[in-house]
Design a protein around this ligand. Structure first.
Ligand SMILES: Cc1cc2nc3c(=O)[nH]c(=O)nc-3n(C[C@H](O)[C@H](O)[C@H](O)COP(=O)(O)OP(=O)(O)OC[C@H]3O[C@@H](n4cnc5c(N)ncnc54)[C@H](O)[C@@H]3O)c2cc1C
Length: 459
């Protein structure tokens, strides 16, 4: 704490509970504190809006989430809560997602939907899988994520889709990543499923997100606002950036110089940033572990378009792009999640581009390259990517960057998280959420993490 900060204010009277961050985890914590009878808490959010990753940008009649956000869960409690919060504003949809490779669009997941790919690619994929299954009987566990992908899918599927796609999405060296986060995130098929998927069109969508929900209006931010409706206004303070946490005094300093005292602290801030706020008393091993927590950045390029047609006739919700020469790894179409996401007679799309120190992106050129690559993948023509005023279809472009976006599971991830959390535990700081736990959390995990933190607050 600087001398100026110390003189700037006296600390407040002690607040029983303080929650840092009003993203989904922080809002869920606050909601469950209310429900648990803790009415004397305060949520501090750095931005002037709640939501964190669950924000939606509204511009010239178009709406764009901070990257594609669909709702699905296996957790009954979370499903019930989402329905209670959004009520009539929740639409159910059947996933329509595709993979673009070898110049064609095939259905997602790539591995079980080879129908339509060139015969040579199908042969590589099927034969590669058969040899991989045979070889895996003789080998020990894979050393890293790349080896896991090769072992699980074989050389064909790995080279044609899995390796190039994952390199783009993670923007990291797959040989330096673990695979203990996979669970059901990457579907592992049988040889029979792959063969059948090469011989005919898919009969039905599979996987945990084959059906999902999405708000009818207001974008995914509607979920964050659904929580806010249940929170008394004075409990939520926006534009309050936390810069320092002193666990010995149980005191927080804000960028404004204000100091607040707390009884219990729930932090949803990125774990490494929280450690940096603790000051000099942190042992070097913990500082080192915190610095070793890796993440990437995702840039979203939002494009508002006149007209509703695209090159491929499939009414896609989103599509994946493994090609290393194409800048983006995923394109989604917000107007197909809800008609309210674009003005009548218009369409919208959103490109996602991952960046890290290993895969730098020329941010000044990101819009131009995205538009050029939309032509390369057959979504739009060279004439269509011109601005409306020059006879094209592009009504607006906007770039929104998410940082952090994905936690990177490098080979030291578990050890680093454990070291940091073991240091924080006796300091009685609960850290939770996608970046508080430093895990690949979806919205349902974030909701549950906030609930658990609220329930662990002593009476
Ligand atoms: C590209 C992408 C796509 C995704 N798609 C899906 C999907 O389709 N389905 C799904 O279920 N999940 C999806 N997710 C995951 C989902 O977004 C997260 O699980 C969830 O939003 C995490 O919420 P959180 O509150 O833990 O973190 P955040 O949303 O990051 O909230 C943290 C909050 O802390 C605030 N903060 C940070 N520093 C300070 C400070 N110093 N002082 C005060 N406040 C501070 C931030 O402003 C932010 O509001 C996706 C995530 C990404 C990145």
């Amino acid at each position: 704490m600087t001398r100026r900060t110390r003189l700037a204010s006296r600390p407040s009277a002690q607040l029983p509970v303080v929650v840092l961050g009003a993203g989904l985890t922080g809002l869920s914590a606050a909601y469950h504190l209310e429900r648990g009878g803790h009415h004397d808490y305060l949520v501090l959010e750095a931005e002037d809006r709640v939501g964190g990753l669950l924000r939606t940008e509204h511009v010239a009649g178009f709406s764009f989430d901070h990257a594609i956000h669909i709702l699905y869960t296996r957790e009954e409690y979370v499903s019930g809560l989402i329905h209670d919060l959004l009520r009539d504003n929740l639409g159910r949809q059947r996933r329509r997602s595709y993979c673009h490779s070898a110049g064609v669009y095939t259905e997602y997941p790539y591995q079980t939907n080879n129908f339509g790919l060139p015969p040579e690619v199908i042969a590589d994929n099927v034969l590669g899988l058969i040899s991989a299954r045979h070889e895996s009987l003789q080998e020990g566990p894979p050393e890293h994520y790349e080896a896991w992908l090769l072992r699980t899918f074989g050389r064909g599927i790995a080279d044609h889709f899995m390796l190039p796609y994952n390199r783009k999405q993670w923007a990291w060296d797959l040989q330096a990543m673990s695979y203990d986060w996979i669970e059901d995130r990457v579907p592992v098929p049988s040889i029979r499923d792959v063969l059948l998927g090469a011989l005919r069109r898919p009969l039905e969508a599979t996987g945990p997100n084959r059906e999902f929900w999405y708000p009818r209006t207001s974008g995914i931010e509607a979920l964050a606002l659904g929580f806010v409706q249940h929170l008394p206004r004075p409990r939520l303070r926006l534009s309050q950036r936390v810069v320092r946490v002193d666990p010995a005094r149980r005191e927080i300093a804000l960028a404004s110089g204000e100091r607040l005292r707390y009884g219990s602290l729930i932090s949803t801030l990125p774990l490494g940033r929280l450690v940096a706020m603790l000051g000099d008393a942190v042992p070097p091993a913990v500082v080192e572990a915190a610095r070793g927590l890796l993440h990437n950045t995702v840039h979203t390029v939002n494009v508002g378009l006149r007209g509703t047609t695209f090159g491929p006739a499939e009414p896609m919700h989103w599509a994946y792009y493994p090609d290393a020469d194409v800048l983006f790894h995923r394109i989604s179409f917000p107007h197909r999640f809800s008609a309210a996401m674009a003005p009548p007679g218009c369409a919208s799309l959103q490109a996602e581009i991952s960046e890290s120190s290993l895969r730098p992106v020329d941010r000044g050129d990101i819009v131009r390259r995205t538009l050029a690559d939309l032509v390369r993948v057959g979504l739009l023509t060279a004439d269509e990517i011109l601005p409306v005023e020059r006879g094209g279809r592009v009504a607006l472009t906007q770039v929104v960057s998410l940082d952090p976006a994905y936690v990177i599971y490098d080979l030291h991830h578990r050890r680093h998280v454990r070291t940091v959390k073991e240091h924080l535990r006796p300091l009685r700081i609960q850290t939770c959420g996608r970046f508080g736990d430093w895990e690949y959390f979806n919205m349902d995990h974030a909701i549950l993490a906030g609930k658990q933190a609220a329930e662990a607050v002593p009476d």
